[in-house]
Design a protein around this ligand. Structure first.
Ligand SMILES: [Zn+2]
Length: 315
């Protein structure tokens, strides 16, 4: 009984405070996970400004306690106040993750720029951004990365192409279609080879299936207890990916996440790094198609595995 854990690090404060706290929680329970770091500027203020123009934003902020989650400094970072670097500023904290047995990977150089501008970037510009994140990773960890995770699951055919040249063992750039009860089920879980925009790629993908805490709390009728129940029941099938954020589960939701880990352990379950979902080398992988689609509770479209009739998934 297990879940593969993806930990996104998106902000300066999430890096400084959230990563050590999540590590303490995981260590306490004997669990491991995969940390995906944003390395460059924290320009979350731009994301907050952008979100303010979207309908329903304020009510979602209230429900998810977003203001106390991010704090005023982060909400202004890159707008009224200068942006602060993320993982390049805390290389020691990043390196401690590997020495504690966690897997580490590339998330972004500039998370907000990727989300806002990837659709308009040329392949050259995308390569430049991705390579910049890879160089920062190499500087911090003194080795090459073997995995990456697209910021906010926003990936396009040219971003997959930018990654191909790095020979990654896998990337996790996509989501599974949202299931009727919040859990997409297991039909499309596990590693696969992606086809996107009519092109076949050779870097395997592992889709993140389970909805995140903020996506679920942003919907009517969802409580912390109900979120934990959906996550715990998914652990039974051993193939689901759970995504958490250093800014959320490592800060104001840390006591709740600790309680979730305790419940998982009491049921005989555990959290693993994402590479635990890779089959032995040489195993043929299925081909699956990707497309942009909406995921409830998340603004804008994200890269999603195309649902087939057989999955019974509700898009
Ligand atoms: Zn992120």
């Amino acid at each position: 009984m297990k879940l593969a854990l993806r930990i996104d690090v998106d902000t300066h404060d999430g890096m400084r405070d959230g990563v050590p706290e999540i590590r303490r929680i995981l260590d306490r329970h004997g669990f491991v996970g995969t940390f995906f770091f944003s390395f460059g500027p924290d320009r979350s203020g731009l994301a907050v400004l952008r979100a303010f123009t979207k309908p329903g934003f304020v009510s979602k902020m209230m429900r998810t306690k977003a203001t106390s989650m991010y704090g005023v400094r982060t909400a202004l970072s890159g707008t009224l106040l200068p942006s602060r670097p993320i993982a390049v500023k805390f290389p020691q904290i990043a390196r401690e993750c590997t020495s504690a047995g966690h897997e580490v990977g590339v998330h972004a150089w500039d998370h907000v720029a990727w989300q806002d501008r990837l659709h308009g970037w040329s392949l050259e510009k995308t390569v430049q951004q991705f390579d910049r994140a890879v160089s920062a990773f190499e500087e911090v960890f003194r080795c090459k990365p073997h995995c990456s995770a697209a910021p906010a699951w926003y990936a396009l055919p040219h971003s997959l192409e930018a990654q191909e040249r790095h020979g990654l063992r896998y990337s996790t750039d996509c989501r599974l279609p949202f299931g009727a009860d919040g859990d997409p089920g297991n039909e499309l879980e596990g590693a696969f080879l992606p086809e996107y925009g009519g092109k076949a790629f050779k870097t395997p993908q592992i889709a993140a299936g389970l909805p995140t805490l903020d996506e679920l709390l942003g919907r009517d009728g969802w409580t912390l207890e109900r979120v934990a129940d959906v996550w715990l029941s998914a652990a039974g099938r051993d193939t689901a990916v759970l995504t958490i954020h250093a800014e959320a589960e490592g800060r104001i939701y840390a006591p709740w996440f600790d309680g979730f880990c305790k419940s998982l352990k009491a049921l005989g379950g555990r959290l693993t790094s994402m590479d635990a979902l890779l089959p032995p080398a040489g195993t043929p992988l299925p081909r699956r198609r990707l497309e942009l689609a909406e995921v409830p509770g998340r603004a804008g479209k994200v890269c999603c595995v195309v649902a087939t009739r057989a999955t019974g998934c509700v898009l």
